[in-house]
Design a protein around this ligand. Sequence first.
Ligand code: GUN
Length: 297
Amino acid sequence: MTNVLDGNAVGDRIREELRGCIDTLDGEGVTPGLATVLMSEDPASETYVSMKQRACEDLGIESIHREIDPDAPAEELFETVESLNDDPEVHGILVQMPVPDHVDKRTVLRSIDPEKDVDGFHPENVGRLVAGDARFKPCTPHGIQKLLEAADVDTEGKEAVVVGRSDIVGKPMANLLIQKAPGGNATTTVCHSRTDDLGAKTREADIVVAAAGYPELVDGSMIAEGATVIDVGVNRVDADNEKGYELVGDVEFESAKERAEVITPVPGGVGPMTITMLLYNTVKAAGIQADVPVDLP
Ligand code: GUN
């Protein structure tokens, strides 16, 4: 029987534990606050941001939202971030990616106060992660670590293959998997669009993390018997239904499930964990900034 991991259940358990941390902060007169900034009219980005806002409100985190016209000058975004950096009630800042082409992404990431960078994308936080001294682990890879831990999947000494080299998932996932730390110690290969014979690499893996952004790129024939398969993909593909689309992962679930021992579904696998770890980082940020020790799960 394949173990299909339930990201909602694991995420809910961590969110319950975060409530205790929020109560501790509350006792010191601190309410964690997360600011989301959206400079896009992309429906998927709008949906992600509203899901993040709702998750904050459900847990007792103050949600602050700023929307910027995608045609506005880049300065407007930088001024918004600056005012959020200076606002003591804002502990975390998230600028939803992607930003429009006329806005330099790297400048945006550098403009966020590293102590409020709950995505963990500021170069200071990327450097700290690589050095094994993470302040904020990026939400999706951190969520995957928590999911593996909850499913008793040990990474130590295992062959892990990460498919995708994005700054948001692939690179930080590989960095976490190679750390000399719990949830790390894996022999890790990063594959990408120029990898020759992807299947030959993934078939060698005890753990496959598919984060390339291509619908159903990894099928059952590319998975070793008994492997753990983590699907990060959220791809909209045309479908003959009311919405006109459906969501599929980077893994062809049905064929992969035949061979995997552990697998995540889409939706309901990694997605809820990403949002959970954003809440986690926001609570952590509030604790650091208010100098209140919190016992994070
Ligand atoms: N766009 C897609 N994923 C993310 C994320 O984790 N954080 C931000 N800021 N933008 C994203």
